[in-house]
Design a protein around this ligand. Structure first.
Ligand SMILES: [Zn+2]
Ligand SMILES: [Zn+2]
Length: 228
């Protein structure tokens, strides 16, 4: 097995009740990264009152995260997760996250691949907390930023995970997300990069009608000859 493969392998359709939201939620919180994110959010919500009063700046910080997150998601998916490896002298430039994402395209029904790699949290969580602490004008605003950003990350993980379960959309907004993400996986990987904000794909020209796009034969491999 490839080193990039997850050590545990869970397929939603082999788990009971994953055609219901309740069943999906129960399974979601058995995975490590949603647990870490939920704990982080809870810890900073508890700490927040001890770090100074809430001001209008807290709302500005939350608003900035809400506006920024969809762009980050779209940009990182398109440019980083779909980064094509290339040779630079004796080295191959192939970021770990890109490789992990190719594994996800190759094994789309393997739920472990829908989450951020748990091992990346050893770097991402301290980095994230450290940056907010360092760049925010007050500790209270840093805590608010951490809560907002970690909540956005948790929502992203939930939505991406859910699109890879047998749960069928009930609301029109989620149907839009679900359909776009499946088109990204099975129609053409060069489009539909957003996970939670499908309107952004439309606004940025990567959300065409499915009929107008050719079916790609590299949806599963992303055009890279990996050994997994
Ligand atoms: Zn996916
Ligand atoms: Zn992708």
């Amino acid at each position: 097995m490839s080193a990039i493969a997850p050590s545990k392998q869970t397929y939603a359709r082999e788990v009971e009740n994953t055609d219901t939201l309740r069943g999906c939620a129960a399974l979601f919180f058995r995975f490590p990264t949603p647990r870490v994110l939920a704990l982080k959010i809870l810890a900073f919500i508890i700490a927040r009152p001890f770090l100074g009063p809430l001001t209008y700046m807290d709302a500005v910080f939350v608003g900035a995260v809400v506006l920024w997150w969809p762009f980050q998601e779209w940009l990182l998916h398109w440019k980083m997760l779909h980064f094509k490896p290339f040779k630079l002298g004796p080295f191959t430039i192939d970021p770990y996250m890109s490789k992990k994402h190719r594994y996800h395209h190759r094994h789309p029904w393997l739920l472990e691949t829908t989450f951020l790699p748990p091992e990346s949290f050893y770097v991402l969580v301290p980095l994230h907390i450290g940056l907010w602490w360092w760049l925010s004008p007050t500790q209270g605003l840093a805590a608010t930023g951490i809560i907002a950003f970690a909540t956005a990350a948790l929502i992203y993980e939930w939505v991406h995970y859910l699109t890879h379960t047998p749960y069928r959309p009930r609301s029109s907004y989620y149907r839009w997300i679900w359909r776009n993400h499946r088109l990204h996986h099975f129609k053409n990987e060069h489009y539909w990069h957003s996970f939670t904000a499908p309107f952004l794909d439309v606004a940025l020209g990567t959300g065409p009608s499915a009929k107008s796009v050719e079916t790609s034969d590299t949806c599963l491999t992303l055009g890279v000859d990996d050994e997994f």
